[in-house]
Design a protein around this ligand. Structure first.
Ligand code: MG
Length: 205
């Protein structure tokens, strides 16, 4: 990524370099319309891709995550990582690793971390976002809450991007695809692109 001393692919995460390059392009194009909002930062791989594009456009990234890990990151679940458990509390806490990623990459000036649940962060966000990137939990209620809270916050001509959109349920969790369908059917968004399992839509009105 241009200007970053850290290769985002060296940061833990689930986003391919192709998807990351698309996020950088989207952030660069959309940042002039309003802040770039990321829902679900984990330890910052996708955040660095977004930050690179936002920086080039003179914009900012608001990185929303409660940092307690999604359903699938909890102990005993498929994507649990013992390195991200706080030994004091025994709970998943991705915030220290996330802040370390930003520090190493020199991205603290562009990225504004918001440690909150996504619907709570949306209530505190009064403006319009140039780009909303939803990469939160894969439980249906979580994905629906992210769409309901943030879909209406996308500025006209801005973009809503969703990660892990798998039309075939056997390839991954179905809820991200479910909210992509809802965005498409809402009349507010036109599907305009995709890379890997990243799909994006442009706000039409
Ligand atoms: Mg994801």
């Amino acid at each position: 990524v241009t200007g970053s001393p850290v290769d985002p692919q060296s940061v833990k995460g689930f986003l391919s370099s192709e998807e990351g390059a698309a996020l950088t392009d989207l952030a660069r194009a959309c940042a002039p319309l309003g802040p770039v909002v990321e829902i679900g930062s984990y330890v910052g791989r996708s955040t660095l891709y977004l930050a690179a594009g936002a920086r080039e456009a003179g914009g900012v990234v608001i990185a929303v995550d409660h940092h307690r890990g999604s359903e699938e990151h909890q102990p005993g679940e498929a994507w649990h990582d013992p390195e991200l458990v706080d030994p004091e509390t025994g709970r998943v806490n991705t915030l220290p690793a996330f802040l370390e990623t930003l520090e190493r990459a020199g991205a603290r000036d562009v990225v504004q971390p918001v440690v909150a649940r996504s619907p709570d962060a949306a209530r505190a966000f009064a403006g319009e976002a140039g780009l909303v990137f939803i990469d939160g939990g894969h439980a249906l209620r979580t994905a629906l809450a992210d769409w309901r809270a943030w879909g209406p916050k996308v500025a006209p001509a801005g973009v809503l991007a969703i990660h892990d959109v798998f039309p075939d349920a056997r390839d991954g969790g179905r809820p991200p695809h479910e909210i992509w369908l809802r965005a498409k059917a809402s009349g507010l968004f036109d599907p305009v692109g995709g890379a890997g399992s990243l799909m994006w839509l442009r706000r039409v009105g």
